[in-house]
Ligand binder design. Structure first.
Ligand SMILES: Cc1cc2nc3c(=O)[nH]c(=O)nc-3n(C[C@H](O)[C@H](O)[C@H](O)COP(=O)(O)OP(=O)(O)OC[C@H]3O[C@@H](n4cnc5c(N)ncnc54)[C@H](O)[C@@H]3O)c2cc1C
Length: 381
């Protein structure tokens, strides 16, 4: 017997779990299908901590969205009774003319984000662990901080269930068919039907939408034990930070939350197949992070406590894809990653619920439409 639902959500990382939560809260019959057992460390929503920030260098369009995300994370925290966010302040550091600094300032000035511009000497005085190059400047924003991804996903899934969603783990979706009056979804364990389908499959999205123009990039994250002055790495002494160390090249770090200071390069990873990716972190990869550490965060150059692999799903322009399938209006594609999606999870989930229920969202998401990708975008799907 094929069971029917209003909406089926494929993939229960932060995007799928947030979508299931918002849809269930609106009283829809929701089925969430996840191939692994979330929260897990095989996709993109793991690694103990995520940066949330507002002076959004990628594009000013994101600022209203991240502001909504702050509100919704606070609501999820309250409803779940769990702390999911820690405010630490944040710095975007680089040469004054760099993409990172200029982009942060443009977003901050366009949307009135409270911020300060610090010189390198001021950064060193306030945050002794950080050693920016003398000619660098930093955009300081008080409200930036850390989100806890595994707890965030677990909270969203728990609330989705509490609002009546049915969530099935260990069920890989192997295919779907839209027939104009709904969508039939196949897994190895059974077949389900719904009026609408939301595909939030992260790095595996092209398994279900073959020609979507995204690529999967392997990322390495490393936690270091501070070599000296451990207090300087604790929240309150060290904010979340992003440094543009060469034109268009960034690395970032998060304070020591008890498991060491977390450091990683942003992009610069190899393109991979998410099912065949090497999940071992190689010595050379740790060394390439250490190089940056020695220069910009020297006292953190201690022993490696943990290292892990994670996956970015990149659109060609590193912006999100949130759009209906051009050939199947009952199917919504959610691929909001390119290495910066987590913070927006609950806001993207709300937008997805709007789009699925009323066909339009309260926030203008045309910026995330497939059409912008030209012939390689929707036309080919
Ligand atoms: C190292 C790293 C650091 C990052 N840092 C930040 C940061 O500081 N701030 C920030 O905002 N963002 C950051 N990001 C980006 C952010 O984590 C991602 O954009 C976000 O987690 C993507 O969520 P998702 O739900 O799309 O993907 P995922 O969490 O990967 O979820 C997709 C889910 O779909 C499931 N799935 C796939 N195929 C199927 C199928 N056929 N059937 C059933 N289930 C399926 C998978 O098992 C998975 O659970 C970072 C990402 C990485 C990798």
């Amino acid at each position: 017997m094929v069971r029917s639902f209003d909406v089926i959500v494929v993939g229960l990382g932060v995007m799928g779990s947030a979508t299931a939560y918002h849809l269930a809260r609106r009283g829809l019959r929701v089925l969430g299908l996840e191939r692994f057992w979330p929260p897990h460390w095989l996709g993109s929503s793991h690694g103990r901590s995520r940066i949330i920030r507002e002076a959004y260098y990628e594009h000013p369009t994101y600022v209203p969205l991240v502001r909504r995300a702050y509100e919704l994370w606070a609501e999820v925290e309250a409803e779940a009774g769990r702390r999911l966010f820690l405010q630490t302040g944040g710095l975007t550091v680089g040469p004054p003319e760099s993409e990172l600094v200029q982009g942060s300032l443009l977003s901050a000035r366009t949307h009135g984000v409270a911020h300060e511009v610090l010189t390198a000497a001021e950064v060193r005085a306030r945050f002794p662990a950080l050693h920016p190059d003398p000619e660098m400047v930093a955009v300081w924003e008080q409200r930036a901080g850390v989100l806890f991804p595994e707890m965030g996903v677990a909270a969203l899934l728990g609330l989705a269930r509490r609002h009546g969603a049915e969530l099935k783990f260990g069920q890989e979706v192997t295919g779907w068919d839209a027939d104009g009056s709904g969508v039939q979804v196949q897994t190895r364990m059974g077949t389900y039907r719904a009026e609408r389908l939301v595909i939030a499959a992260g790095a595996w999205v092209t398994r279900l939408v073959p020609d979507l123009p995204v690529q999967v990039e392997r990322q390495v994250i490393v936690w270091f034990e501070p070599r000296s002055n451990p207090q300087a790495f604790r929240p309150g002494h060290l904010p979340v930070f992003i440094v543009e160390h060469a034109p268009g090249k960034q690395f970032y770090g998060l304070p020591d939350l008890g498991e060491g200071i977390k450091i990683a390069r942003h992009h610069d990873g190899e393109l991979v197949d998410p099912d065949l990716v090497d999940r071992e972190v190689r010595e050379g990869e740790v060394e390439s992070v250490r190089e940056l550490l020695r220069r910009y965060v020297p006292a953190a150059d201690g022993s490696v406590l943990t290292a892990a692999v994670c996956l970015y799903t990149n659109a060609p322009d590193h912006h999100f894809i949130v759009d209906f399938h051009p050939a199947h209006p009952e199917v919504l594609i959610l691929s909001p990653c390119s290495g910066h999606g987590f913070k927006f999870g609950p806001a993207i989930g709300e937008i997805a619920a709007d789009l699925v229920t009323v066909g339009r969202s309260r926030v203008d998401v045309s910026f995330f439409g497939l059409g912008r990708l030209g012939p390689s975008g929707g036309a080919r799907l």
